[in-house]
Design a protein around this ligand. Structure first.
Ligand SMILES: C[S@@+](CC[C@H](N)C(=O)[O-])C[C@H]1O[C@@H](n2cnc3c(N)ncnc32)[C@H](O)[C@@H]1O
Length: 283
């Protein structure tokens, strides 16, 4: 396999898997398949970025955002789900219902994932459509997804988790605008990271380390957003209804009854935005 996957996508998949292995049940998300797709050797748990104690906040944030999106998809009743910057997302493998899934990602990571899914016998091409798009290259994810079979006239859920920080503000706005042009009732959920100085003091060193690690691995954080900026981008893109769900609210929703102290507070927030069906040019 010549292509290499995006290292940040592998890391978040491993954190989801780590959650099922080291955190107490009930798990916020049960995703062991991502580790299988990652195809890492048995030493993966000894990686410094997989230290169970040091990475608690990170994996809590990653499973919280994934669970919130999956709950949104299921509650919406939508028949189409688009995952922007899908990485090693495994919704399509874990949810066998009628939802058609369109995964959008950069071509190298996606080609690598396709090969892994084929190798593992996990690629169901009747439900899962893999669409290569580079959000920074002026390509329209919407046009490419429609070419692959997406119906833009029916309500759709679109997610973009753990991606905005790696994009320029212009690329974020373009991807949001294309999402806002979908049928009325379509829902977009995206996560964003706040500027480090907004985080609780005890979380700041973790974020500073993560920012340095991201830059060193060739994936610098380009866009950190305040809640107002994130909501503002969604409104400017044309969404009719925009709600911010903070990491504290995600804690209340999914972690408040845990006894192991696992919490996503200080990690990524979400914006949940609903399209109103006004004519929005996706350009
Ligand atoms: C941190 S990973 C998140 C993956 C997945 N959403 C998750 O939550 O595990 C970031 C993903 O965004 C994708 N990505 C980053 N920049 C991109 C771009 N310019 N165009 C398309 N995909 C991009 C990467 O390939 C990677 O899969």
């Amino acid at each position: 396999m010549s292509e290499e996957p995006d290292s940040t996508a592998v890391r978040t998949a491993l954190w989801r898997g780590l959650h099922t292995l080291v955190d107490d049940p009930p798990h916020v998300l049960d995703d062991a398949i991502g580790v299988e797709i990652a195809g890492v050797d048995e030493t993966w748990r000894a990686r410094p970025d997989m230290d169970p104690a040091r990475t608690r906040a990170n994996r809590a944030s990653i499973v919280a955002r994934a669970r919130a999106v999956e709950d949104t998809v299921i509650a919406s009743g939508a028949g189409q789900y688009v995952i922007l910057g899908a990485g090693l997302d495994t919704f399509a493998q874990r949810h066998k219902g009628p939802v058609r899934v369109f995964e959008i990602d950069a071509s190298a990571t996606q080609a690598w994932k396709r090969a892994r899914l084929v190798q593992l016998g996990l690629l169901d091409s009747t439900r899962l459509h893999l669409v290569p798009v580079d959000f920074e290259a002026g390509e329209s994810w919407l046009d490419k997804a429609v070419e692959a079979g997406l119906d833009p006239a029916v309500p759709t859920v679109v997610s973009m988790l753990g991606v905005t920080m790696y994009l320029t503000p212009e690329a974020i706005s373009t991807t949001l605008r294309q999402s806002a042009s979908l049928a009325a009732g379509s829902i977009m959920v995206f996560s964003y990271s706040r500027p480090i100085e907004m985080a609780p003091p005890e979380v700041r060193p973790i974020l500073e380390g993560a920012a340095k690690g991201a830059a060193a691995s060739g994936h610098p954080w380009l866009s950190l957003l305040t809640p107002d900026q994130a909501a503002g981008l969604a409104r400017q893109a044309g969404f009719a209804d925009v709600e911010v769900v903070t990491s504290t609210e995600l804690h209340e929703r999914y972690f408040a009854h845990r006894h192991d102290g696992l919490s996503p507070v200080g990690g990524e927030d979400l914006v949940i935005a609903t399209a109103g069906g006004d004519h929005i040019s996706p350009e």
